[in-house]
Ligand binder design. Sequence first.
Ligand code: SF4
Length: 227
Amino acid sequence: MKRARKMSKTPEDIDEVVRRLKKAYPDHRVALDHGNALELLVATILSAQCTDVRVNQVTRELFKKYKSAADYLKVTQEELENDIRPTGFFRNKARSIRGACEVIINRHGGEVPDTMEELVKLPGVGRKTANCVLANFFGKAEGIVVDTHVLRLTKLIGLTKNKDAVKVEQDLMKIVPKKDWIDFSNLLIHNGRKVCKAGRPDCEICVIREICDWGKKCCPRKPGTSR
Ligand code: SF4
């Protein structure tokens, strides 16, 4: 008979992670500047393999020129590529943005849809982008955003052994209460940017080190502390 795999983190641990990170990052909104759902969708597509700071620099001008889904189709593919070039992978990103805008116009009357089912049908939009728009613009928790930071931190903390983003999301949806789905990923992303950087986590100053598997290994609890 197969033995059940022991959960390394309890619901109390998850609560504590959320509580501590909320205290550390009271303003943990998504870092991508946007004024409407289309802008957040475009910014999220541009954020693949690119920093949010760079995306915000590019979108500051981009959103003055492209105000509706139709605007992205009025220009040539090459013109849009040039406008988003600094974010990298600009050919694929331009293709995704224009493809998504075409579907938004033809099937949704020019408005970004607000369901997972419809969002993931847009070209270039996977669950990460869909979750990001649903959570941070529509306030809907249909899943959990799993970006590069969430992938890295959840593994280090000991919340999943999976590497694939969709499987990690499924693991998280089982252990994180639904009320925390939106905050949870935004909080991990903030901690990933500021403290738990790729390849050089600063566990000494991390507020969740006593709960994190990696933090416990490299910064063991000091005598007399509560956890
Ligand atoms: S304790 Fe260290 S490894 Fe764990 S989340 Fe914090 S910085 Fe990252």
